[in-house]
Design a binder for this molecule. Structure first.
Ligand SMILES: [Zn+2]
Length: 467
C-alpha cells in the first residue's frame, strides 16, 4: 500500500492523508482546511493534490475544521463515497460545516466588493451552505470500540483519544493479497487531564502509525493549577482593574472547558459577581451537542452532573446568538468576561471584541489555545506592541495572558504515554504529521529513545510505499 501526505505535513492545519491499497482502492484520512491566514482562499485549499472522484472512502478523526473543513469541497468536486466518523463527530459537523460555509460565503462576498471596485472578476467561495448540507448526507456514524467491516479489504475501529467530543483514533485492518496491514492514524491526541471528556485509551498493536506532533517539543503547565490561575486572572482583571476579560476560544471544546471551569468556580462560591458572555452562535449550538453525548464524558464530569445538572451554565452566564446583542457588549462599561470564537482570533466576533478592548490597559486578553504565529492570537502571544486588525493599527495596551493548561493536545510526555500501549519493536514505521518541522525533529528523537525504530517526517505531497 501507499500513503500520500497531502496536508498537515510539516505544518499544523489542512490534515489529509491518502491511503492507496495495491488493489487501487483509496481511503482518505481527514479532509481539513488550511487555516491561519486572514482568508482561507488560496492554492492550499483550492487543490487537493489528488482527484476527489478517485477516492472510495473518507474516514474522519474528529470535527475540527482543520480536519473536516474541506469535506464539502471534496463532495462538490465529485466525491460520493461514505464518510465514516463517530456519532458525536457527525453531530458536530452538522453545525461546523454549515458555519464554515457561511464564513466562506461572507469572505467571498467581502472580497468581491473590493474586486468589483477594481473591475476584477468575482471569486467563488470554497463551498456554500447548500454544498455543506449535501456533504452531510454522506456521513455514516459508527460506534466506538468495535470493529466495523467496511468491505472485504477494510475493517475500521474507532478508539477514544481524548481530544474533543467525538474525536477518535482511526485503527484500520487493510487486507492485501499477501498480507494484512494494521495501520493507526491517531488524529489529534488529547490529554488524560481533559476536564470533560474521556482520556485517550490504548489502541491495538499497529505496524504503521500516523501520529500528530503539535507539541512534540514541550510540556504543559500542570492542569491541577488551572482553576486557581483562571480565578486569579478573573479577579485581577474584573475586580481589581474593573476591566473586561476577553477570551478567544474554539467553539468546540475550549469554550465548554472554560465555561465548565467558571461553572465549578461559581458552584464553589469563588467566582466574583460579574456577568459572563459566550458570544458565538456556534459555541452555543456546540454546547448543546456536547451535552447530548454523555458516552464521551469522563468520570469526573459524570460525577459533577450528579451535583449540577447544567455544567455549562449558571445564572450570570449569557449565551448570545444575536449579532445586535453582541454589538451591545461593546458599549457596556461593566467588568465582564467575554468568551468568543474563533480560537486563533483570526475571524469571527472575537476580532471585534479584541479591537474594541485592546487599547485599554484595564482589560485582559487571555489566550487559552494554540494560535498560528500569523493569526491575531499568535501575534498577541508573541508580544507585539501593535497589531493590525481590519486594516487598522491598534496599540496593545491590554494585558495579554497565556494559559496552556487547557490545551486539547497532549505534550510530548502525554503523547509518548499514549503510544506506550504499543510494542515499539513491532511498529515498522511512525509517520509524524500535524506539527512544525523543527518540533517534529525533536519529537522524533524522543520516540527513538522510547525504542521506536523508524520515524519518518513526510513532506507535503510525498507518497511513501509500504511493503
Ligand atoms: Zn483537533
Amino acid at each position: 500500500l501507499k500513503i500520500k501526505f497531502c496536508g498537515a505535513a510539516r505544518s499544523v492545519t489542512g490534515s489529509k492523508h491518502l491511503i492507496t491499497l495495491n488493489s487501487g482502492k483509496t481511503i482518505l484520512l481527514d479532509c481539513g482546511l488550511y487555516q491561519g491566514k486572514e482568508n482561507t482562499r488560496g492554492e492550499e485549499n483550492e487543490s487537493f493534490g489528488f482527484d476527489p472522484l478517485s477516492i472510495n472512502y473518507l474516514i474522519l478523526s474528529h470535527a475540527h475544521i482543520d480536519h473536516s473543513g474541506l469535506i464539502p469541497r471534496l463532495v462538490k468536486q465529485g466525491f460520493s463515497g461514505n464518510i465514516y466518523c463517530t456519532d458525536a463527530t457527525k453531530d458536530l459537523c452538522k453545525i461546523m460545516l454549515v458555519d464554515s460555509a457561511h464564513i466562506q460565503e461572507s469572505d467571498a462576498a467581502h472580497y468581491n466588493k473590493r474586486r468589483k471596485r477594481e473591475s476584477r472578476p468575482p471569486v467563488q467561495p470554497l463551498y456554500n451552505i447548500v454544498e455543506a448540507q449535501n456533504a452531510l448526507k454522506l456521513f455514516k456514524p459508527l460506534a466506538y470500540n468495535q470493529w466495523h467491516v467496511i468491505d472485504a479489504e477494510i475493517s475500521l475501529l474507532f478508539t477514544f483519544v481524548g481530544h474533543i467530543t467525538g474525536s477518535a483514533a482511526v485503527n484500520l485492518q487493510l487486507k492485501e493479497t499477501n498480507k494484512t496491514h494494521n495501520l493507526t492514524f491517531t488524529g489529534d491526541i488529547g490529554r488524560k487531564t481533559h476536564q470533560i471528556i474521556k482520556g485517550a485509551e490504548p489502541f491495538p498493536q499497529a505496524e504503521i502509525i500516523i501520529t500528530e506532533a503539535t507539541y512534540g517539543d514541550r510540556l504543559h503547565e500542570p492542569a491541577n493549577e488551572s482553576l486557581a490561575k483562571l480565578l486569579n486572572i478573573v479577579v485581577d482583571t474584573c475586580v481589581k482593574n474593573k476591566g473586561k476579560l476577553i477570551i478567544p476560544a474554539f467553539s468546540v471544546g475550549r469554550t465548554q472547558e472554560i465555561v465548565y471551569a467558571l461553572d465549578q468556580l461559581e458552584t464553589a462560591g469563588k467566582l466574583p459577581p460579574i456577568k459572563v458572555y459566550v458570544d458565538s452562535p456556534l459555541s452555543t449550538n456546540a454546547t448543546e451537542i456536547i451535552k447530548d453525548h454523555p458516552e464521551c464524558f469522563n468520570q469526573q464530569m459524570t460525577d459533577y452532573l450528579k451535583k449540577d445538572a447544567s455544567p455549562f451554565g449558571f445564572n450570570r452566564l449569557v449565551y448570545i446568538q444575536d449579532v445586535e446583542e453582541s454589538k451591545l457588549l461593546n458599549e457596556s462599561k461593566e467588568p465582564c468576561i467575554i468568551i468568543s470564537a474563533s480560537g486563533m482570533a483570526e475571524a469571527g466576533r472575537i476580532v471585534h471584541h479584541i479591537a474594541n478592548n485592546i487599547e485599554n490597559n484595564k482589560n485582559t486578553i487571555l489566550i487559552v489555545g494554540y494560535s498560528e504565529p500569523s493569526s491575531l492570537g499568535g501575534r498577541l502571544v508573541e508580544g507585539n506592541k501593535e497589531v493590525k486588525i481590519f486594516g487598522t493599527i491598534y496599540k496593545v495596551k491590554a494585558n495579554v495572558q497565556v494559559m496552556d493548561s487547557y490545551s486539547a493536545h497532549g505534550d510530548y510526555q502525554e503523547m509518548i504515554a499514549y503510544l506506550k500501549c504499543q510494542n515499539p519493536q513491532q511498529v515498522k514505521n511512525i509517520f509524524l504529521v500535524h506539527g512544525k518541522f523543527e518540533v517534529m525533529e525533536n519529537y522524533s528523537e524522543k520516540l527513538k529513545e522510547e525504542g521506536f525504530l523508524k520515524i519518518t517526517i513526510p513532506e507535503k505531497g510525498e507518497e511513501i510505499e509500504i511493503n
